[in-house]
Design a protein around this ligand. Structure first.
Ligand code: NDP
Length: 605
């Protein structure tokens, strides 16, 4: 219920108890370990979008190998061009550039971050500006292709190619990259831009290999079966029963089109998402045409200033993200509060926001039991927020069932369907909207990228980072000369709501260092042990003590799936947030000292 000022009334004590009860349901539920994609499961990784092309193995030499041709790798390519690097080789398993936007072609796929700040390099590349506030996946993929063309990144790229290993050759001071196509590529520099969420996650669950219907992960959508093209509704499902496992950011986008076009849809829910209002709309064409040069950097900057405490006068993006952040985290009313009052004010603001989200469900979903089951009971930021104006409505259709598993997850897959809550649901098609490996116990950076890297004296990156990350700025690590990690995936860097912004700042930093190493006539750079120790200490010292908060959260990516004990204190991002982090990198560059890097002479000046 809301008070006269429109604020939700909440009983905080009761809510805290309820949140813990809900968390405990999930902790007691399915926490299956991560599956290997071997045997029958290997088919879940096959690329359905591009016909495999045979080619001869490449044995050659380039300036920089970049693993990953997504928005991370592409922005690195662009930044390297700006400092005059000629031979840039993007390598990617996918059949084209675009990364996550190559793979995610499920119906309804869009980016839920303002398109004018999410699509990078819009001013530099030219071409059409996004038509809507939240861009469709195909538009983003088309823009990724434009970036690759504009910066001439296709000719040297190796697509449909998976890196299997990288090794530093001290004799020639070069990296040697091996691929599954038999390539052996030598390069002065390597950059791992594999992305944070590249390895699909499937529940390692009994019977998953035995399903006789059609099943796939959302990042490998089977259009041949469902009909319809990327961006369009399925056309072949009118007589099919479809099961969707998962209710995260992907499911909330693909359930509405499935609901519109399938005979029946069962949505298997383990934990409900928060569903904020989306309010997508076309941009005013005259307004787009009136944007003054430099508008994109200003808008990107403004977004993080609004979200992370820069308190700018204007909120240019002005959407669900900025509204909630201004309410919960950077509320001007909080600025004068003492720490104890601040904690209480934040908890109350969070509870009110969550009550409003739950009330919206009651107002939208007509069946009270379904509405109740869709309500999220945890603090807002425990999980990645979701936004949709269609998802909740889908449950008002007669052909859509919410199967709430009470935090337990699906129990078993059978040859003909899925068992949940002790009942079997017969299915023609089973869609796994179950996300990607992140930081679960048992996962690691090198497991997710699929190969190990051997640095100086054959030091293994997997072994080096087992006890915890050790880097400078999350981008470089000692014993691995001339190597960068496009880092936010692993930590010791920063990961704001507009992830593409961090990829851009990191790309700029890496390109600066490569440019300087070459300009100063060095053949290698390497992080010193002292600089690395100091950065790890900074990460640990500046870490926000969020253990109690995360402990009370339902399991998810933020709290290592409820296994906080598995989290190394070093595997955090910089506690000062993105604004301070970007400033820190900019200061480091403008000092011109390359502080913390040892350069070895001998390159071409
Ligand atoms: P998520 O990891 O967010 O969600 C996976 C879903 O699968 C969760 O609901 C999870 O439940 C559920 N699940 C996992 N295992 C089981 C199981 N055994 N039984 C039942 N349910 C299970 O993956 P998404 O693909 O939705 O999103 C991945 C990331 O991609 C997001 O973090 C988001 O950042 C990004 N994304 C961004 C979009 C954008 O517009 N910018 C759009 C789509 C995705 P539980 O919650 O209980 O773990």
């Amino acid at each position: 219920m809301a008070d006269t000022a429109g604020r939700e009334q909440v009983d905080l004590e009761a809510l805290r108890r309820k949140y813990l009860e809900e968390r405990d349901k999930r902790l007691g539920g399915n926490r299956a370990e991560l599956p290997e994609f071997t045997g029958d499961l290997a088919r879940y990784l096959v690329d359905p979008y591009t016909t495999p092309v045979e080619r001869e193995p490449r044995r050659d030499r380039v300036d920089v190998v970049v693993v990953g041709a997504g928005l991370g790798g592409l922005q690195i390519g662009a930044a390297l061009r700006e400092v005059g690097v000629e031979r840039i080789r993007l390598i990617d398993t996918a059949g084209d550039v675009g990364g996550v936007w190559y793979w995610n072609r499920y119906p309804g796929a869009r980016c839920d971050v303002d398109s004018l700040i999410y699509l990078p390099l819009l001013e530099e590349v030219g071409g059409p500006l996004p038509e809507e506030k939240y861009a469709r996946a195909e538009e983003i993929l088309a823009h990724a292709r434009r970036i690759a063309k504009h910066y001439d990144l296709y000719d040297d790229a190796l697509l449909q190619t998976t890196v299997e290993g990288m090794e530093w050759d001290a004799g020639s001071a070069e990296w040697v990259t091996r691929t599954d196509r038999g390539d052996l590529v030598r390069s002065q520099f390597v950059i791992l831009a594999n992305g944070p969420l590249t390895r699909p996650r499937l529940p390692a669950i009994e019977g998953i290999e035995e399903f006789r219907g059609v099943s796939f992960h959302t990042s490998r959508w089977d259009h041949a079966y469902t009909g319809g093209e990327p961006g369009a509704d399925p056309t072949n499902l009118h007589d099919k029963v479809v099961g969707v496992v998962g209710t995260g950011a992907t499911a909330i986008q693909c359930v509405p089109p499935l609901a519109r076009t399938s005979r029946r849809v069962h949505v298997f829910q383990r934990t409900p998402s928060t569903i904020g209002a989306r309010d997508n709309h076309p941009f005013d064409k005259d307004w787009l045409a009136s944007l003054e040069p430099g508008w994109q950097q200003r808008r990107m900057r403004n977004f993080i200033e609004v979200l992370y405490g820069g308190y700018p006068d204007e909120d240019l993006v002005d959407d669900g993200w900025t509204h909630v952040w201004r309410e919960l985290f950077v509320n001007p009313e909080f600025r004068s509060l003492a720490p104890a009052e601040l904690a209480a004010a934040k908890e109350l603001a969070d509870a009110r926001t969550m009550e409003a989200i739950r009330r919206r469900i009651d107002e939208t979903v007509s069946d009270p039991a379904t509405a109740e089951a869709l309500k999220p009971y945890y603090a807002y930021i425990c999980k990645r927020p979701g936004f949709s104006d269609e998802y909740l409505d889908a449950f008002n259709r007669d052909n859509v069932t919410l199967v709430d598993t009470g935090g337990r997850g699906i129990e078993r897959v059978t040859p003909t369907g899925v068992v949940a809550g002790g009942r079997e649901y017969e299915l023609d098609c089973l869609v796994f909207a179950t996300g990607f490996e992140a930081n679960e116990a048992g996962s690691s950076f090198t497991r997710r990228i699929g190969f190990d890297v051997l640095g100086r004296n054959h030091v293994s990156l997997a072994a080096k980072w087992t006890p915890g990350l050790a880097t400078l700025h999350g981008l470089m690590t000692a014993s691995f000369p001339n190597m960068f990690v496009q880092s936010a995936p692993s930590g010791q860097n920063t990961e704001p709501a507009n992830f593409v912004h961090t990829l851009q700042e990191n790309a700029r930093h890496m390109a600066y260092i490569i440019g300087e190493v070459r300009r100063r006539g060095a053949r290698t750079f390497e992080v010193t042990e002292a600089a690395e120790e100091q950065w790890v200490a900074t990460i640990v010292d500046r870490a926000v003590d969020d253990a109690a908060f995360l402990e009370a959260c339902t399991p998810g990516r933020r709290n290592a799936e409820g296994r906080l004990e598995a989290r190394s204190p070093a595997n955090r991002n910089f506690g000062g947030g993105p604004l301070e982090f970007y400033a820190l990198l900019a200061d480091w560059r403008s000092s011109g000292r390359l502080a913390g890097l040892a350069l070895e002479p001998g390159g071409a000046a």
